[in-house]
Design a protein around this ligand. Structure first.
Ligand SMILES: NC(=O)c1ccc[n+]([C@@H]2O[C@H](COP(=O)([O-])OP(=O)(O)OC[C@H]3O[C@@H](n4cnc5c(N)ncnc54)[C@H](OP(=O)(O)O)[C@@H]3O)[C@@H](O)[C@H]2O)c1
Length: 226
């Protein structure tokens, strides 16, 4: 899918050294540090929209707002909303309309779901988001083209693993930014950065390392898939 027909996509994740993005406990695993959170905030401020999977909303209840007052002000001065639009994907639609994804800030919110479930999902979430049917099963090119048609030119994909697997395996990630935390999780059932898939970024198509940056005890790697 040509980048002219979809948003430019930056995928972002924080990962343990053994490839996990969370542990099996209820509490959110802290992989990041203050400097890194500020780096992520800068990418959010760049984005027209941020996207997370429905499981991340259920697990983390993220706000997905730009934290820095200066960055929000700069966006407004440039004629943009103070914080990016929020986007999620769900097949079953079991997402709480009281989640902070919907209640924090006043950005536009989009929920993409299957054509067969769009009625049910709209009755649950239609008051707090624009609910869009995008095929059965969900068709990522349709979702991206729809977002582009709504003026979303820069999309930040923040996870979790299901969503990163979907975007990377579809070959629609233009930049990948992964921060590695200096510890192991070591729990077989914890969520991984990506699941099994036929990735176009396999051993025969090594990504280009554009930047490596140390932030305290973290390392941020920035890749450009070919
Ligand atoms: N460290 C980090 O950077 C980071 C960032 C974000 C999240 N996380 C962690 O990641 C975990 C959640 O990750 P996850 O992999 O379980 O879930 P996820 O990627 O957040 O969401 C997956 C959900 O997206 C919906 N979906 C619809 N179509 C899909 C498709 N084709 N492929 C994949 N998903 C599709 C489904 O929702 P329905 O089930 O509603 O149908 C699916 O269950 C949490 O533990 C969270 O803390 C970590």
């Amino acid at each position: 899918m040509a980048v002219s027909d979809r948003p430019y996509v930056i995928a972002s994740a924080a990962v343990s050294l053994d490839g996990y993005i969370d542990d099996v406990t209820e509490a959110r695993l802290i992989l990041s540090n203050d400097e890194d959170l500020d780096r992520v905030d800068e990418v959010r401020a760049w984005a027209d929209a941020v996207l997370v999977g429905a499981n991340t909303i259920r697990a983390d209840d993220p706000r997905l707002l730009v934290r820095s007052e200066a960055r929000r002000a700069a966006r407004v001065a440039a004629g943009r909303p103070a914080t990016p639009a929020k986007v999620t994907l769900t097949r079953c639609g079991k997402v709480d309309p009281g989640a902070r994804f919907f209640t924090a800030g006043d950005a536009e919110r989009y929920v993409y779901t299957c054509d067969s479930t769009v009625g049910v999902v709209r009755s649950r979430l239609g008051a707090v988001a624009t609910v869009v049917g995008a095929g059965d099963p969900l068709e990522l090119p349709r979702i991206l083209a729809d977002l582009r048609g709504r003026g979303i030119e820069r999309l930040m994909v923040e996870g979790g693993g299901g969503v990163h697997t979907l975007f990377l395996s579809a070959g629609v990630v233009d930049e990948l930014r992964v921060v590695f935390a200096p510890f192991f999780v070591g729990q077989r059932d914890a969520p991984r950065f990506v699941g099994a898939a036929a990735f176009p970024q396999g051993p025969d198509a090594r990504m280009t390392l554009a930047k490596a940056e140390q932030l305290g005890d973290l390392v941020v790697l920035q890749y450009h898939p070919r």
